[in-house]
Each structure stands twice: as structure tokens, then as C-alpha cells.
Design a protein around this ligand. Structure first.
Ligand SMILES: Cc1ncc(COP(=O)(O)O)c(C=O)c1O
Length: 428
């Protein structure tokens, strides 16, 4: 049996239909922005492999840090024991997270970081004996992960229809725009005024999976100040936006009002190993600081704070804060803005937008923008044939490269996009 046949027979891939799906490409190795395929092709990973790979593939500094750690301590139970990589990582993260964040809780991925955040917020009210703050508000179109809690606070639809009866109730606020903001502030205030809202969860400034939908810091600033005014716990899901993606280390740093709880993951290890982190402010910690067993946060995973993942994250942290990386983040952000200025009036484009290192292109389409738009079937193979990985969200596709991408490599991606847009015009 060849490798593809064996894969097809034995493996169930995520977000992939079991029939009529595209055959997965066999990757032999990866280096910098390139994926090296078994068939000899070399593909630019322009989406950072599901948005995780911030320093390029097989970065030697992170690889060495993991190897060194593996020879010393690969894993240890994290209840009753601790270790240097976790202690150092918590210190490191607290120097770059918003200054009100004071404690770090480890888990394994973005969904669990969100799950922990929700449980912390809910138990925050429970531990104080406050019974009326049971409502949760999320934003229309949200994606917070695939566990039951994170699905509950996410957009309801084809991704989770099968589980609808098992998801808890959440009030969804319209996605913020310049046009609807006044009504939105009013609706939000009406909801939170009831004093029954305990939690507000949001993806700050960019909803990734919803199609790289963007909204302004000014709108979020107002929503956060209303939430704080009515004592609602604010959870910033920075699983996607963290670690430089939006031009600042965290998207929350585009606002003055800060979240009470934050969920981060994806870029944290530079894309080497799974790791999730939920941080929180002293106000949250206070509600758990008790010798009463019932007030303990009873949550954990076998691999909580895995030392290899923490070592990778510490190495990635050093790279992220280097002046070279910070400069590259600004340069990529500027290149995206230039590309937008040059192409914003293209007839094939409905909307083109960026926030930091994220560039999103929404194509004109007869059927309206959606994840299931047929255009995706055209976009993905077009770029793959040109050795570029761009994984569309329906008729929206995006460039979200590892920060090590060179100008030349980025320009080759832009050129292919321009060619694609021209071909779309010729088709119509
Ligand atoms: C904003 C946000 N939250 C949570 C998640 C879930 O993260 P994971 O896939 O690591 O479980 C994602 C994944 O795309 C995300 O974009």
C-alpha cells in the first residue's frame, strides 16, 4: 500500500469530508516558509499552517530548545509538582500580556484555553455566591473552538448543527460595523443592564474563521467599557490574534480597556507543539483564593504545562521579541497596506482589508459571502498549482505568513493573487 492509500484507509482528517475530499499532500519536511512535498514540490505556507507558525518551519532555535528539554525532563504531573520551563514561561508571558493579567493557567490548545476561560468566569460568580449573573454574550459569527463550551459560544450552523440540543444558551450580539454601532451599543447596554449577564466573550478586532471579519478598536473599546460598567467578566479570545498577528503583541493592546480573562494558543510555541494558556486578572484570582475545597478550580489535563511545549514557547518568545522579528511584523503590515492601496478598486474584489500581518480578500460573488461559497473550490487549487498554500474561507482568502517571509517571497504571493484576480475578470 502506498502512503496515500494508507492515509486514506486509516486516517480521519479534520474538517475534511470522508468522500470526495481532496487527497492530502504528503509533506516530507519543512523549512522557513516552505513545505517540501514527497513529490518534490516546494510550497509557500502563506497561512502559517492554520495560523500557528510564526517563525517559519523547523526553526533551529526552537528545535534545539525542545531537544535540550527532552533530554532533561519530558513531562511531569503538574498538580503538586512544577518545573523551570513553566515558571519561566509564566514570567515571560506576564511581561507581554496586558498589565492587569496576573496569573497563568496552562492547557493544550485554543479550544481548551477558551473552555478554561469560560469555566473560570462562571465559577468566579459561583464562588461568590452570586446566582443571577448566568447569561453569556458572544458575537455573531464567532468561532471559539470545537469543544462543547467553545462551540456553545460560537456561531450556530452547519459546523455544529448535530450538537445544537447539547449547547448551552448564549445571547449573540450583531457583528459590529460602523453602520450598526450605535444600535449595537444600545442593544448591549440593554442586555447587560439587566444585571443577569456574567460573561462577554469576543475575538478582539478580527474574527478569523468567520472570514477574517474586522471591526474597529473604537467599537470594542466602547463595548468593553459598557461591560466593565455593569460588572460583566470580559474574555478576550486571542487564540488567533495573539503573538503579533494584528501588529501588536496582542490585539487587546489596541484598546485601553482590558479583558478580565484571556485565552491564547496557536503562535505561542511558534507552531511546534500544542499549548494553550488562559490568563486572568487579580480580580478573578481573588474569587478562588480560599481554603474551601468547593472554591478550587477543578480543571486540568494530563499534559498540562508540558515541559517540551513550555520550552518551545520560551524559545519562541525570545524570537518574537527580537528587534528583527518586530521589524518584520511592521514591514509585512506595511506591505499589506500597499497591496490594498494598489488593488482596492479591482472589479473582482468586494472588499479587501488588513489588520497587521493579516490580509483578507473578499471576492465578488453572486451568492453572497459564506464559508460554503463555491469560489473556495477555485481559489485553493489555483494557488496550489503555483506552489502557494492559501486556504480560503469560502469566497474570502487571506495571506497570513510566518514573520520570516522575505519581501521576495511575499511579492511572489501578491503577484499570484493579482494574476488570479485578472483571470477572474476574464472569466466574467
Ligand atoms: C479565535 C479562536 N479561538 C479558538 C480556536 C480553537 O483553537 P484550536 O484549534 O487550537 O482548538 C481558534 C481556532 O482557529 C480560533 O481562531
Amino acid at each position: 500500500m502506498n502512503r496515500s492509500e494508507s492515509d486514506n484507509k486509516n486516517i480521519w482528517h479534520p474538517f475534511t469530508p470522508l468522500v470526495d475530499g481532496l487527497e492530502p499532500l504528503l509533506v516530507e519536511s519543512a523549512n522557513g516558509v516552505y513545505l517540501h512535498l514527497h513529490d518534490g514540490r516546494k510550497i509557500i505556507d502563506a497561512v502559517s499552517s492554520w495560523w500557528v507558525n510564526i517563525h517559519g518551519h523547523s526553526n533551529p532555535i526552537i528545535a534545539d530548545a525542545i531537544a535540550e528539554q527532552a533530554k532533561k525532563l519530558e513531562h511531569v504531573i503538574f498538580a503538586g509538582f512544577t518545573h523551570e520551563p513553566a515558571i519561566r514561561l509564566a514570567e515571560n508571558l506576564l511581561t507581554i500580556l496586558p498589565s492587569n493579567q496576573t496569573k497563568i493557567f496552562f492547557s493544550d490548545n485554543g479550544s481548551t484555553a477558551v473552555e478554561v476561560a469560560l469555566k473560570m468566569a462562571i465559577q468566579y460568580w459561583h464562588n461568590q455566591g452570586i446566582k443571577n449573573k448566568t447569561k453569556i454574550i458572544a458575537l455573531d459569527g464567532a468561532y471559539h473552538g470545537d469543544t462543547f463550551g467553545s462551540m456553545s459560544v460560537g456561531e450556530r450552523g452547519p459546523f455544529n448543527n448535530a450538537f445544537a440540543p447539547y449547547l448551552f444558551k448564549v445571547a449573540f450580539l450583531d457583528f459590529p460595523t460602523e453602520e450598526n454601532k450605535e444600535k449595537l451599543f444600545h442593544d448591549f447596554e440593554t442586555l447587560v443592564k439587566s444585571n443577569e449577564v456574567g460573561v462577554f466573550i469576543y475575538e478582539p478586532l478580527v474574527q478569523g474563521a468567520a472570514g477574517m471579519r474586522m471591526y474597529s478598536p473604537e467599537i470594542l473599546e466602547t463595548l468593553l467599557s459598557i461591560a466593565h460598567q455593569y460588572n460583566v467578566i470580559c474574555i478576550a479570545d486571542e487564540v488567533f490574534t495573539g503573538f503579533g498577528r494584528t501588529g501588536k503583541l496582542f490585539a487587546s493592546q489596541h484598546m485601553n480597556s482590558q479583558p478580565d480573562i484571556m485565552a491564547v494558543s496557536k503562535g505561542i510555541t511558534g507552531g511546534f507543539l500544542p499549548l494553550g494558556v488562559t490568563s486572568c486578572s487579580e480580580k478573578i484570582v481573588e474569587a478562588f483564593r480560599s481554603a474551601e475545597t468547593s472554591k478550587t478550580f477543578f480543571h486540568g489535563h494530563s499534559y498540562t504545562a508540558n515541559p517540551l511545549a513550555c520550552a518551545a514557547a520560551n524559545a519562541s518568545f525570545g524570537l518574537l521579541l527580537s528587534s528583527e522579528c518586530q521589524k518584520r511584523i511592521q514591514q509585512i503590515s506595511e506591505s499589506h497596506l500597499e497591496f490594498i492601496a494598489q488593488n482596492k478598486n479591482h472589479t473582482a474584489i468586494k472588499n479587501i482589508r488588513s489588520r497587521g500581518t493579516i490580509l483578507a480578500i473578499e471576492l465578488q460573488t453572486k451568492n453572497g459571502t459564506s464559508y460554503f461559497n463555491e469560489k473556495a473550490k477555485q481559489i485553493y487549487p489555483y494557488f496550489l498549482q503555483r506552489n502557494i498554500l492559501l486556504r480560503p474561507l469560502g469566497n474570502v482568502f487571506y495571506v497570513l505568513p510566518p514573520y520570516v517571509i522575505t519581501d521576495e517571497e511575499l511579492n511572489s504571493v501578491y503577484t499570484s493573487i493579482k494574476d488570479f484576480l485578472e483571470e477572474l475578470v476574464l472569466e466574467t
